[in-house]
Design a protein around this ligand. Structure first.
Ligand code: PA5
Length: 439
């Protein structure tokens, strides 16, 4: 449970110390934000924490029957060689993040077995369909299309489904075309799937798109490719063992926001976490960017999420970070162990600072850059928290996702906004539907 522990215990246990977990959480104790202020916010979150287990995205982690349903359907497609996921936003971003991080492992068995269609760019989409068509002419049963949409009405997703169906119909050999729809029980797509005899999996009513990665949305395609989805749920559940972890990070982020840090930079020291960064952008942007607060008052509040990749963005964005407006709060995420390793040769260039690298591991460059960056942030009084993961893996990313989903819900409580709706995007959707009537 992540109930608030006694506050003295909280600080004695966590501040300035490592939280030993899949990913360790650090907070720079010397921050300008005083501990009593953090504690006050932590205490104010007591009720929100007590309710955390009620939220759909937490409850699903304990749902054995949902896992069984996913695994049972996945086993019917065990011969499939390529899973093509069609969806938008929360229906694909989480899975994209998990797939990308899995590729860090050179032995990843999913390599080239998962593909995403999340665009209505004609050149890109038709290009993908052409390739898929050629592959299906050879063996149509080797491809599985997974159509994911909670509402079952997202224009891009349904348009792509219709185009894919036409492409499949026009193939000369289609003994079998595999379709699975993952959608809300009451959605039009649920009915459509039944009419076309497509297999179906439900998305729980109380789990919105950006919180749905650990439902069938993210887990079914992985289960088809042989991933142990129970182990992923276990990794996510382990966040709850860090008493008050997401509560503390939410309180710190909220206080920094109140001190004009309205931009949140997720600074990732791993090339395999870039898609995770995109997933987190959606989570923060859609959950916290609100015109009205819970009482209906117009507030236009929100935290603007940006993502930086180390070390590339140090050569691109860092000038702004160090010299520009002090409007950012940073979460660093780094990885301790890489899968591959190599050493510099002993006869490296004998010029400072390279002469000391002889025989040293190549990975010391990334680690030194990360160290130097955090030191510079501290010296400049630029606030941050950081997570260090043991390795870049799906388990670690799932852990970070669960932490961030909980943290975001708690931030919603502190900002007094509803972190689960997204009324702002309805305006453009209305305009889009109107426009499609006219084309
Ligand atoms: O978080 C959300 O609810 C949204 O971003 C959705 O994921 C996105 O709009 C796609 O919606 P749907 O799953 O209904 O197709």
């Amino acid at each position: 449970m992540w109930y608030l522990a006694s506050t003295s215990k909280l600080f004695a246990k966590y501040f300035g110390e490592r939280m030993k977990q899949l990913c360790e959480f650090f907070y720079d104790d010397s921050s300008r934000i005083a501990k009593p202020a953090i504690l006050e916010q932590v205490e104010s979150l007591h009720d929100a924490c007590a309710m955390m287990a009620e939220h759909g995205f937490v409850r699903v982690l304990h749902d054995q029957s949902a896992r069984d349903e996913i695994n049972e359907l996945a086993s019917k497609f065990s011969d499939v060689e390529l899973v093509v996921v069609v969806g938008m936003g929360g229906s694909t971003l989480g899975l994209q993040a998990l797939y990308q991080v899995a590729l860090a492992d050179p032995e990843c068995v999913m390599r080239e077995k998962l593909q995403f269609i999340d665009t209505v760019d004609t050149d890109k989409f038709i290009g993908q369909c052409d390739q898929l068509g050629k592959r299906m002419e050879r063996d149509s049963a080797s491809v599985l299309f997974v159509i994911i949409s909670k509402s079952g009405t997202t224009v891009e997703t349904i348009a792509n489904l219709m185009m894919i169906e036409s492409m499949v119909k026009n193939l000369s050999h289609t003994e079998q075309a595999n379709f699975v729809c993952i959608t809300g029980h009451d959605s039009p797509l649920w009915e459509y799937a039944a009419q076309h005899s497509y297999s179906r999996l439900p998305i729980p009513t109380d789990v919105g798109g950006r919180y749905s990665v650990l439902t069938a949305v993210g887990l079914f395609p992985l289960a088809v490719l042989g991933v142990d989805i129970a182990a992923l749920h276990e990794a996510a559940r382990s966040v709850a063992k860090v008493e008050n972890g997401p509560v503390i990070s939410a309180a710190i982020r909220y206080l920094e926001y109140r001190q004009s840090r309205q931009i949140h930079d997720l600074f990732l020291f791993s090339a395999y976490l870039e898609s995770f960064g995109k997933w987190s952008r959606q989570l923060i942007a859609e959950s916290l960017g609100k015109k009205h607060d819970c009482s209906g008052k117009e507030v236009c509040s929100g935290i603007t999420p940006i993502v930086s990749i180390g070390t590339q963005d140090l050569h691109s964005m860092a000038q702004l970070y160090f010299a520009g407006p002090r409007d950012k709060f940073t979460t660093f995420i780094s990885v301790e162990k890489s899968y591959r390793s190599a050493n510099f040769s002993d006869d490296v260039w004998q010029q400072s600072p390279f002469e000391r690298l002889g025989g040293k591991p190549y990975s010391c460059i990334m680690k030194s850059v990360e160290y130097g960056t955090k030191k510079a942030y501290t010296a400049e009084g630029m606030p941050f928290i950081s997570f260090v993961c043991e390795q870049a893996s799906m388990k670690h990313v799932v852990y970070l996702m669960q932490w961030m989903m909980m943290e975001t819900v708690l931030l919603g409580t502190l900002l007094e906004v509803n972190p689960f709706d997204q009324p702002g995007v309805e305006t453009y959707k209305r305009e889009l539907r109107g426009r499609l009537q006219d084309v």
